[in-house]
Structures are given as C-alpha cells and as structure tokens.
Write a protein that binds this ligand. Structure first.
Ligand code: SAM
Length: 261
C-alpha cells in the first residue's frame, strides 16, 4: 500500500502482529463484544479486532485511506470516514444500536485528552477504553498521589474508572517513528460516583490544582470566593494546608460533597 503519512493527523502506524494481538488481548475482546476503533490507519489493528469481536466500527479521518481499508473486506466491520472528535456521542453510538461497546485505539496524540474525556464524560455505553497514548500521559493517568505526575488527569480518570498500564511500547514499533515512547492504558468504567455532577467536579478539581505549589486553601478560596477564615470554617474537618497533589480521589470527593451541602 502506498501512502503519504500525514503528521497533522498523528499518523504513526503499527505493523508488528504480536503487538497488535497483544493490544486486542489487553482490551479483553471476545466474540460477544462490540468495538469502537478511532483511527483505523491502514487497518493493522482493525484486522485482529474484527477477527475476535462481534462487530467493529472504525472511524478514520483521512479519506486517502478509504480505498485501501475497504479493499481489506474485513468481516463484521464498518468504516466511517469522518472526524470522530466532531461527531456527537449519540451519532457514534447509533452504530451500536444502544448496545454497550469497548473502545480500542492507537490514538493520534493530538486528540488523546479531548477524546478520552468525551467518552468518559458523555457516554453511558462505553464499558472500557484500551488506548495507546504517549508514555508520559499514561503515567499521569495512573499516578499515585504525592508525585509530580498526579494531577487533574489522574483524578478525573479515577473518577470514571480503574486505569492501568498494560504495556509500554517503544517508539521503534511505529512507522514513521515518533519522538516519544508510548504505553497502552486500559480504563474500565465504573459507576462509583455516578451521583456526583461530572462537570462541577471537573471544575472543582481544576481549581484545586490551579497552582500546584500552593495549598488547597489558597486554591479554593478564589474558586469559592471565600476568605481563608470562612473557608476554614466551611471545611473545618479537612487539613487545607496540604497541597492538592497529596489528596486522594476519595478525599476530593468528600471535600466536594461538603462544599455542595
Ligand atoms: N490504528 C492504526 C495503527 O495502529 O497502525 C493507525 C494509528 S495512527 C496513530 C492514528 C490514526 O487516526 C491515523 O490513521 C489518523 O489519520 C487517524 N485520525 C486522526 N485524527 C482522527 C480523528 N479526529 N478522527 C478519526 N481518525 C483520526
């Protein structure tokens, strides 16, 4: 297949069959599963997905790949040639007729965070996300509190599900070779915090981390428009002299609930 690789679409393709199969295994795909792939590329991952899954819907923005992808004649597979970020979750999920699905993707780096948040925030039908992302983004998603990697991304991913790194993938596995290594992250959705307003919680967490080196009291007094004394009174059971990076997800949830009382 002849193809002019397009940097603007984050086109770094995989071809190693063992690695591609391993990603399908990481996603725990079986014959009952619907799969959504974002970014089919040359179909390297679509193929082993289609061999395992009940049905695959694969989005690809680059129409130059259309003839090649359709010529693969993959069973149970539908290709959609459009920008997945611009499609509403509703439109995307119509392809699965209301059934649950798993998202599997070797994501173009430039859409990693917006795409993950789009599905975590807006979808009730996505069961898990198994995604290849930049290694440092994977480390931020799965970080433990207390370290420099722990931040808004960690807390928000934890709010929606359990995240783990299933494998690290060196840059030499891609063509063209990117400047960074990658990792596969598996996020399994759970409904632990389904009663908490997602958007409000996200705004709260962004405020908590707005100045990383300041105490939580500093960051929250602006957000809540309270002076330090009022704030300490309102949240008297919490030690607000700590920095945001030292608080666990459950502690953030407790503080958030107290604020909303
Ligand atoms: N899955 C293939 C593989 O593993 O070899 C290709 C992965 S490549 C990192 C990302 C693919 O996503 C590219 O083919 C690119 O054209 C496509 N892409 C980029 N932005 C997209 C978007 N907004 N919607 C759908 N596809 C997109």
């Amino acid at each position: 297949m002849e193809h002019e690789f397009k940097k603007k679409f984050g086109q770094n393709f995989l071809s190693d069959k063992n690695l591609l199969q391993a990603i399908v295994n990481d996603a725990e795909i079986c014959e009952k599963d619907n799969v959504l792939e974002i970014g089919a590329g040359a179909g390297a991952l679509t193929k082993p997905l289609s061999e395992k899954a009940k049905r695959v819907v694969s989005f690809e923005i680059d129409r130059d790949l259309q003839d090649h992808l359709l010529s693969l004649n993959l069973k149970n597979t539908e290709f959609v040639f459009t920008d997945a970020l611009k499609e509403s979750i509703n439109t995307i999920e119509k392809h699965f007729k209301g059934e649950k699905y798993k998202l599997v993707a070797n994501l173009p780096y430039y859409i990693t965070t917006p795409l993950i948040f789009k599905f975590l925030e807006e979808s009730d039908s996505v069961d898990s996300l198994t995604i290849m992302v930049q290694k440092e983004v994977a480390e931020r998603m799965t970080a433990k509190e207390g370290g420099k990697d722990y931040g808004v991304l960690t807390v928000m991913v934890g709010f929606f599900g359990e995240a783990k790194i299933t494998r690290v993938v060196g840059r030499q596995m891609f063509f063209p070779q990117p400047n960074v290594d990658s990792a596969v992250v598996n996020i399994t959705r759970n409904q632990k915090f389904k009663d908490i307003n997602r958007k409000d919680f996200y705004e709260f967490i962004k405020a908590c981390f707005s100045m990383r080196r300041k105490t939580l009291a500093n960051n929250l007094s602006g957000y809540l428009k309270l002076n330090k004394t009022q704030l300490t009174q309102k949240l008297s059971t919490f030690d607000l002299t700590r920095r945001a990076e030292s608080f666990s997800l459950n502690e953030f949830i407790e503080i958030f609930k107290e604020i909303k009382k």
